[in-house]
Design a protein around this ligand. Structure first.
Ligand SMILES: O=C(O)CCC(=O)C(=O)O
Ligand SMILES: [Fe+2]
Length: 340
């Protein structure tokens, strides 16, 4: 079994009450090192139930196997801030994938699939949170597609809140600083993706990039493909059951004045089969001002490495990369655009 150089961190000490401070400290040290070396790590015992993960992956496979007509039934409304629902990369795009995007469960922009209406996983026993909603008149019912996606979303938010608190401590910021700064959860979004199999001549699933948000969680199917760049070398993030990959994104790199890295990553498509993933973007609200915090610049006599910007302006530039792709990769707007 191949192993990845990317560290894996057990988050269980953050879920157990009690005096586990030394275990928590060990985790934080590992995460701090991974964040400055790679901007990337993997997590186990992260709170997202394995049964739900299996359900969600099975659901993604079932959904993407429908024909285009069925998938396009959940297409976005034009006023949506991002194309919610089902979308496919245009044929001329170098990225060869299709995806289903959702905002928080209560968002009016969501267009979630109604197919399959009842979802039954082959090995399903007891599903989802035991909140009683899975029974009707004492009879157990299959969870709906919507319910599975919404549950995944909620669990991802909780895991990101924990990661945010850990990263806050790793950076030595005042308690709850990031939580208070990033206090609007309405801009988070989740995509489930399907990559087409590689062809003889071409295997790009997603071109190398950094994410713009704060923290991203990736649930990979049991199929390799995700890679992180470190010192010019591409390192595979080997999938393993129940493990989630975490990458830090541009907003953290700017706030920390490059103490923590926004990981450059890509997806290489495997031959002979589709690859599925879930990607959760823990995001900032557009009006947030993003600039190196004094803790990493003025207060310690270090020059800021970036000029400040409104997050929505950066998002608009990144969106333009997609709607009006520049002719050369060098012209793609990345966070370096704000570098001083
Ligand atoms: O599908 C994956 O494994 C990662 C996708 C990704 O990097 C992204 O959507 O930003
Ligand atoms: Fe990404």
């Amino acid at each position: 079994m191949p192993t990845s150089a990317i560290p894996t961190v057990d988050l269980s000490p953050f879920f157990t009450a009690g005096d586990d401070e030394s275990c928590r400290k060990k985790c934080k040290d590992l995460i701090a090192e991974a964040c400055s070396d790679y901007g990337f790590f993997q997590i186990v015992n992260h709170g997202v139930p394995l049964d739900l993960i299996n359900q969600a992956m099975e659901l993604s496979k079932t959904f993407f196997n429908y024909n285009d007509e069925v998938k396009r039934e959940c297409s976005s409304s034009p006023d949506s801030p991002l194309p919610a629902g089902y979308n496919k990369q245009p044929d001329h795009s170098p990225d060869k994938n299709e995806y289903l995007l959702m905002f928080p469960p209560e968002s009016p922009f969501n267009v979630l699939p109604t197919n399959p209406p009842d979802f039954r996983h082959r090995s399903s026993k007891e599903l989802l949170r035991s909140d009683g909603e899975n029974t009707e008149n004492g009879r157990s019912v299959s969870p709906t597609t919507t319910k599975i996606l919404e549950e995944m979303f909620k669990y991802f938010v909780t895991t990101c809140e924990i990661l945010e608190a850990i990263i806050n401590d790793c950076l030595g910021l005042p308690p709850n600083f990031l939580k208070e700064y990033n206090n609007d959860r309405s801009w988070d979004f989740m995509v489930t993706m399907r990559y087409l199999p590689a062809t003889e001549s071409e295997n790009n699933g997603i071109t190398e990039h950094e994410d713009g948000n704060l923290i991203t969680i990736v649930l990979q199917e049991d199929i390799e493909g995700l890679e992180v760049c470190k010192d010019g070398e591409w390192i595979p993030v080997i999938p393993s059951k129940g493990t989630l990959a975490v990458n830090l994104s541009d907003a953290i790199q700017v706030l920390s004045n490059k103490k923590f890295k926004s990981a450059t990553h890509r997806v290489v498509r495997p031959k002979g089969r589709h690859r599925h993933s879930y990607v959760f973007f823990y995001n900032l609200q557009g009006d947030k001002w993003v600039e190196p915090l004094p803790n990493f610049s003025s207060a310690i006599g270090v020059k800021p490495k970036y000029r400040g910007f409104y997050y929505k302006d950066y998002q608009a530039l990144r969106m333009r990369n997609k709607t009006h792709p520049p002719s050369t990769p060098e012209e793609i707007i990345r966070i370096a655009h704000y570098e001083i």
